[in-house]
Design a protein around this ligand. Structure first.
Ligand SMILES: *Cc1c(COP(=O)(O)O)cnc(C)c1O
Length: 341
């Protein structure tokens, strides 16, 4: 039994999901003629109360498309210093859109409306890059699956409206936040101009991401997706996995959250661990005691068939997902309790 806690992207389709994919009706999506992609797009748009949505191969491409929709070269985006859009998309904001980033010093990947206000460049000052976009991430990845306070997101929305800034949500793991905080997709749909959602994380689809927005945004996104090389042909087989995931795999995210909390409790009691970040969803981030070598620790777990990842600067990460069963959690806890280094 191998327990893969490296990421929630490692899931493979269940037989039921695969069967549903195999029976999808497909067509050429570059001509907007794939019936299953259209069903998925209409389904998610309706769920969030948005006008339209578009299927993409990756979350990086949905985020990068949103940035390109909302900005012109030379402009500036405000985001957290830990944001995926800044750190983990290959420098794409600069490469694809020619923009710079103003990084806020947030807490676990989250900032507040005052910080946003203070970071907006005076549009009358020609020396400064024009601020045109604010991007937030929920849940935060590097912040350990932390969930935003909806009231703070509303305050930031007001700042965006006052200063005519676009407001994008990197919601790669938004459904984890919705389940953890008992919030609804519509509460987010009405706040943000655009939202990206990953189907290939906790929702358990093999591939796929969705961008949501107004008709006008999605019309632009349709062109940008082609420009980025992300327009695909008989994509309905993948879109079917997304439909299946939305129908079956949202509520069960709470199981992943319980599993993460239980593993976190075992880590807290371990003599080798100096700190475990608060666990709100399916991500566990912890630091080792100074006396423990990080590589030795990861190897000791690997030897017991438990796979985890390093996030650099002493932070280690475990992520639970639908491929992690109750028995696997029990095994992980036992290994942590009995580890000899
Ligand atoms: C995974 C992830 C993405 C998208 O990543 P892809 O691997 O390109 O699908 C975007 N934002 C966050 C916060 C993520 O965790």
């Amino acid at each position: 039994m191998i327990v893969n806690l490296i990421s929630d992207t490692v899931t493979i389709p269940t037989p039921e999901m695969l069967d549903f994919m195999m029976h999808a009706k497909v067509g050429d999506d570059v001509f907007n003629a794939d019936p299953t992609a259209i069903i998925l797009q209409e389904k998610i748009a309706k769920l969030f109360g948005k006008e339209a949505a578009l299927f993409f191969p990756s979350g990086t491409m949905t985020n990068q498309t949103a940035i390109k929709i909302h900005t012109q070269p030379g402009e500036q985006m405000i985001c957290d210093k830990w944001a995926h859009v800044y750190n983990y998309e290959g420098g794409g904001a600069a490469f694809n859109s020619g923009i710079s980033c103003c990084l806020l010093d947030g807490n676990r990947g989250m900032f507040n409306a005052e910080q946003v206000k203070a970071a907006i460049n005076n549009p009358e000052n020609i020396h400064l890059a024009k601020t045109t976009l604010v991007a937030v991430e929920n849940t935060t990845n590097k912040g350990g699956g932390a969930c935003w306070d909806l009231e703070e997101l509303k305050k930031i929305k007001r700042v965006c409206q006052e200063h005519k800034l676009a407001y994008h949500l990197d919601g790669a793991r938004l459904f984890n936040a919705l389940v953890a905080k008992d919030e609804t997709p519509k509460q987010y749909g009405e706040l943000f101009d655009t939202i990206s959602i990953c189907l290939s994380k906790g929702l358990g689809a093999p591939i796929g991401s969705l961008l949501l927005g107004s008709e006008a945004h999605i019309k632009k996104a349709y062109r940008i997706r082609k420009l980025f090389g992300g327009a695909m042909r008989q994509v309905g087989y993948l879109a079917a996995a997304g439909i299946y995931a939305l129908d079956h795999n949202i509520k069960r995210l709470s199981i992943d959250h319980i599993h993460a909390k239980n593993i976190g409790e075992a880590l807290k009691k371990s003599a080798y661990i100096s700190k475990v970040e608060p666990i709100e969803t399916n991500i566990i981030i912890f630091n080792l005691d100074k006396s423990i070598n990080e590589n030795n620790f990861i190897q000791a777990l690997t030897d017991k068939n438990i796979l985890i990842s390093s996030m650099g600067s002493g932070k280690l990460r475990m992520v639970t997902h639908l491929g992690v069963s109750f028995d696997m959690v029990e095994k992980t806890i036992q290994v942590i309790q009995n580890l000899k280094l």
